[in-house]
Write a protein that binds this ligand. Structure first.
Ligand code: PMP
Length: 434
């Protein structure tokens, strides 16, 4: 019996069944590679779900943590505040272009950032309604689940959820949902269900993550901005997955040229430490009264030290440029693979920087989702030493999220394994169209 098998058995006896996991038990990790408890090496194309954009254990992040550990580990920012939090807030304020003076608040998880963005939008507008999108993912708290636009596995059995949350379809070119469809649904909603004067916020992922790595068309973001301005609605960009250089820009909304009112950041913000932020217009952020925001561990000193180091690394190693380069390299390789005979189950390849998706279908005509095949590719990759994640409202998208610091030879090795895994999985099913 391997150590991993033993741990799997112990996990089943000790850990709640709802906490689903892969079968890879981590021992140690370095940049884009991870070794398991049995000494097996994996190339990591998941990066802790877009967290380790700066790789595992980046030396500058580790040094920043060690330095902080010598000073203090926790005071609670509300009790004895520290300069590093203020410095991080100054730096994030300068990074996010809302067109106005910004303020920042720090919390711990992506869901918590989303919760706080909604609290702030409600306080600032005096309204309660929130409009989100089908296929969206905004977290596993009650409000996070309410905003999330996918029932299984996130919302199933866990309701009731907070009221006054509405969803409209998210446009996805591949599935044939157009911007016109989305805007028609939004305007119908505002005419028939909720008075726009009662809507506090629109919340949107500029590249929908868990929903399938679908970039929101620029036109949709522009139209949301127009309606937000017209009705006094706060436009929130959820950058938890797409932010922090992942898409080739610091924020994924920058590609559209649309300025948000508030943004949520987490994951890549602190290179593996739990930290999230709401950054946005001072006029909105300051609407929440003193004492209304925060938390015991919010802006933990280790995570803040890591985040300040992450910002240095992103700038000094040009990780935005590197994300664009990685994205282009992987997309080209995937397109070449998709063009080969026998690869007809690759229905779509799309990339925004290093947020890359391969959508698998039963056939290219009907575009029926190939969910089982997607799990099979992920399993084949795991056997060959490559960590992959799937996503998508139809469970048929493989998402590639390599660290932005992945060396070229490791990236190539990972892509070779991916190609072999696609071949192996496809060879086990009947030929497309058969
Ligand atoms: N928003 C988005 C866009 C996300 O991708 C996620 C996590 N996948 C969250 C919010 C929730 O973040 P967390 O898991 O840190 O609560």
């Amino acid at each position: 019996m391997t150590i991993a098998q033993t741990l799997k058995a112990r996990q089943a006896e000790a850990v709640a069944a709802g906490v689903a996991t892969k079968g890879i038990f981590a021992r140690h990790a370095e940049n884009a590679e991870l070794w398991d408890v049995d000494g097996r090496r994996f190339i990591d194309f998941a990066a802790g779900i877009a967290v380790n954009n700066t790789g595992h254990r980046h030396p500058r992040i580790m040094a920043a943590i060690a330095e902080q550990a010598d000073l203090f580990t926790h005071t609670c920012f509300h009790v004895a505040p520290y300069e590093s939090y203020i410095r991080l807030a100054e730096r994030l304020n300068a990074l996010v272009d809302t067109g106005e003076d910004n303020r920042t608040m720090l919390v711990t998880t992506g869901a918590e950032a989303v919760e706080n963005a909604i609290k702030i939008a409600r306080a600032s507008t005096g309204r309660s309604g929130v409009i989100a999108f089908s296929g969206a993912f905004h977290g596993r708290t009650m409000l996070g689940m309410a905003l999330t636009g996918k029932v299984s596995p996130y919302k199933k059995n866990f309701g009731p959820f907070p009221a006054e949350i509405y969803h409209v379809p998210f446009p996805a070119a591949f599935s044939g949902v157009t911007v016109e469809t989305t805007l028609a649904a939004l305007d119908t909603l505002l005419a028939s269900d909720v008075d726009p004067e009662r809507v506090a916020a629109f919340i949107i992922e500029p590249v929908q993550g868990e929903g399938g790595f679908n970039p929101a068309p620029d036109e949709l973001l522009r139209e949301l901005r127009l309606r937000a301005d017209k009705y006094g609605i706060v436009l929130i960009a959820d950058e938890v997955q797409g932010g922090m250089a992942r898409t080739g820009a610091m924020l994924s909304i920058e590609h559209s040229g649309v300025k948000p009112d508030l943004v949520t950041l987490a994951k890549g913000l602190a290179g593996g430490f739990p930290l999230s932020a709401v950054v946005g217009k001072a006029s909105i952020m300051n609407a929440a009264h003193p004492g209304g925001l925060g938390g015991t561990y919010a802006g933990h000193p280790f995570a803040v030290a890591a985040a300040n180091a992450v910002l240095d690394v992103i700038a000094d190693e040009d990780l935005c440029g590197r994300a664009a380069w990685i994205g282009e390299k992987i997309e080209n390789r995937l397109r070449t693979i998709a063009a080969r005979q026998g690869m007809e189950r690759i229905g779509d390849v799309r990339a925004r920087g290093a947020m890359i998706a391969v959508e698998l279908v039963e056939d290219r005509e009907g575009k029926t989702a190939a969910a089982g095949l997607t799990s099979q590719v992920v399993a084949e990759a795991e056997q060959r030493g490559l960590i992959l994640l799937s996503c998508g409202t139809r469970y048929n998208v493989i998402r590639l999220l390599p660290p932005l610091t992945t060396p070229e030879d490791v990236l190539n090795e990972g892509l070779d394994i991916l190609e072999a895994s696609l071949e192996a999985a496809f060879s086990k099913v009947a030929p497309a169209g058969a």
